[in-house]
Design a protein around this ligand. Structure first.
Ligand code: AMP
Ligand code: MG
Length: 339
């Protein structure tokens, strides 16, 4: 009899506790899922109440972004239609394109969403990459600055192609945030290629992210970033590249002022902000600009960055009062100073 009373008391306590601290917390589970979309690997690690349901919604949203909005190759996407003569876009794409035009202006043209034809010319993501002639480069660069947006109407000069490769993955992080924000007792680490969203409904919770060693293998890291909820995007010259017969290496992030792979002082840059499309666009822009010229841009967008220079220095804009911290974990690298 006593045992029955005790079991009943425990059950009542569990129910009371569930009501007090949230039933979803008591029944929280974890799910890990991987899918291929947006030309990259997407990994989702979600802890919460019915995480599979949240993961399902996120996967559907990522597929929508890829096939219906941002893909340059899928004939069903808005961007494809835009690149093939259509001028009117949805509110969603118009809002994003207007923001990207502003980042183009603020980065002094280092970030430019109109480099699709230049990327095609180099063919870096194809089986037949090549170094184009100067005349070919001049021809595709000619009108890239002249694309414009006015309300929902986009003007794209002849020969120019928009390409969301530098920003779509970060934008996907924002869309994921739209799904999970406001859910109780949820924790998410979601990576879309080089853009990562970390979020917890407990705002003080911190996450540890490895910063990839640009000279190592895909799983090697050289520093650890500890941060509360944010979007973290990395651009690096190790991602996609080819070598010519002389051993010269050509990577996928172009300097729009030359049409050649950006030749700044860094091998990678990681940008941390609240918005994924900003962290992603800025990481590409900062890669082109190099350490010093990036600083005003980062300040303007309230973003922090970690640069890994090509002489193995790790230079961070994070300072002592910031909620994020950085620890170098590889002896081949040393912390450098901002000049
Ligand atoms: P990310 O890895 O985010 O830096 O993006 C690199 C991708 O963005 C490339 O594969 C190109 O598709 C595109 N891209 C290259 N250079 C630029 C640039 N300067 N501005 C905008 N997009 C670029
Ligand atoms: Mg980017």
């Amino acid at each position: 009899m006593k045992k029955k009373l005790l079991a009943a008391a425990v059950a009542v306590c569990a129910v009371v506790l569930a009501v007090v601290i949230g039933a979803d917390f008591l029944f929280s589970k974890e799910t890990n899922e991987v899918l291929l979309s947006m030309n990259t690997t997407v990994s989702l690690d979600i802890t919460g109440y019915k995480p599979e349901q949240t993961a399902k919604e996120i996967k559907e949203e990522i597929m929508r972004l890829d096939t219906e909005l941002l893909s340059r190759t899928s004939a069903s996407s808005e961007l494809y239609a835009l690149n093939n003569g259509k001028a009117q876009v949805s509110d969603e794409l118009a809002t994003l394109l207007a923001e990207l035009k502003q980042i183009e202006i603020d980065s002094d043209g280092a970030f430019c969403v109109a480099l699709g034809a230049l990327s095609d010319l180099w063919g870096i993501n194809t089986d037949n990459p090549k170094v184009p002639t100067q005349a070919e480069i001049d021809a595709v660069l000619k009108n890239t600055k002249d694309w414009s947006i006015d309300g929902n109407t986009v003007y794209i000069p002849k020969g120019v192609k928009l390409d969301m490769g530098a920003v779509g993955k970060g934008y996907a992080c924002d869309s994921m945030m739209g799904i999970i924000y406001g859910l109780n007792h949820i924790k998410t680490v979601a990576a879309v290629g080089g853009s990562v969203l970390v979020y917890s409904s407990e705002p003080k919770e911190t996450f540890r992210l490895g910063i990839r060693d640009p000279l190592g293998q895909a799983t090697d890291y050289c520093a650890i970033l500890e941060t509360t909820g944010s979007c973290v995007s990395t651009s690096g010259n190790y991602e996609r590249f080819f070598e010519d017969e002389k051993g010269n290496r050509y990577h996928h992030i172009f300097d729009p002022s030359t049409g050649y792979p950006a030749d700044s002082d860094i091998n990678s840059v990681t940008v941390i902000t609240q918005y994924g499309y900003i962290s992603d666009a800025l990481s590409t822009a900062c890669f082109v600009l190099g350490v010093e010229k990036s600083l005003p841009l980062l300040e303007k967008y309230n973003a922090e960055a970690i640069f890994i220079t090509n002489n193995n220095e790790i230079i961070s804009t994070l300072s002592d009062g910031d909620s994020a911290t950085l620890t170098v974990t590889n002896n081949n690298y040393k912390l450098g100073e901002l000049r």
